[in-house]
Design a protein around this ligand. Sequence first.
Ligand code: PLP
Length: 360
Amino acid sequence: MWENIEVAVNKCDSDKRKDKPDQNALGFGKHFTDHMFLMKWDRQNGWHDAEICPYRNFNLDPASMVFHYGQAIFEGLKVYKGENDQIYMFRPEDNLERMNTSALRMCMPRLPVEKVLKGLKALVYLDREWIPTNHGATLYVRPTMIAVEPALGVRPSNEYYFFIIMSPVGAYYPEGFSPTKIWVTDKYVRAVKGGVGHVKTAGNYAASIMAAEEAHKAGYTQVLWLDACERKYVEEVGTSNIFFKIGDELITPPLDGSILGGITRDSVIQLARSWGINVVEKQISIDEVIAACSDSSLHEIFASGTAAVISPVGELCYQDKQYIIADGKTGELSRRLFEELQAIQNGKQKDPFKWIVRIG
Ligand SMILES: *Cc1c(COP(=O)(O)O)cnc(C)c1O
């Protein structure tokens, strides 16, 4: 059915276009562009009514199933403006494929990846003046799918919306690339095997807020999550994946059901391997991390994710003890990965992995 969807383009009247925000005070996810992509799904018609339209509110019934049972999935990716105003997207197909993995787990309909990618490119091109040009600033893209059938009762919805909104965001490190302080929790868990930790569904983030609040109160930026069974093995940090440089190995926990397979994680693994670094996907316990910190074989810890790309860790707090990592400074490998990934994303560096999609 969806093979035939056409995308209608309804442009915003020029007098209704919003003023662009100050590029030096963008923050994250506070401003939204003039247009959005929207399409609808129901059991009879499949995907239909695809349109690029002015950014607008939804008119939803209070019984819409997403409000009650949380069938909601999302993605996050970035658009960059490089030299000569060339526009680049980073691995957008991987995001849409991952969204289909999330959709499958949440009993939501599959997206037609090629069609959506075409719609996304058209949307980005239409709102291209919103892509920030300041160093490190980008246009953040948020594809989302929600259950909108007005009905109570726990079962898959018969109606969904899929939409894409876009937000110009500031540089993640306006004062330079600097390490964060991480709070290891053995009180809360993020995900269990057999659950939904490996997909980007809204409830995971609602469930994580309390631990993050406690970490913030204690003066830490993010939570490091341990496995839900033994509260022993490292899983993720906040909404990012995590890497440890110990001895001559770069270690990251394996994707075995409770960890989100980050596209940045995959990019780090491929890039580091191309540099001859020994990347190992294996379980690592918090005790091993602390032992490596004590015997100085732990050289670096960093997190990976779309928002920050690479986020070096300068301090861990576990069971009320503080551990300083890499003298509290940004490690050499963290910096090299950050700079190389950013250069590829901005089109300033060769793209041997074919990660970049050009627009226009
Ligand atoms: C989105 C996300 C990541 C990072 O994925 P990227 O594709 O690299 O942005 C890692 N962990 C969680 C829980 C996430 O939601």
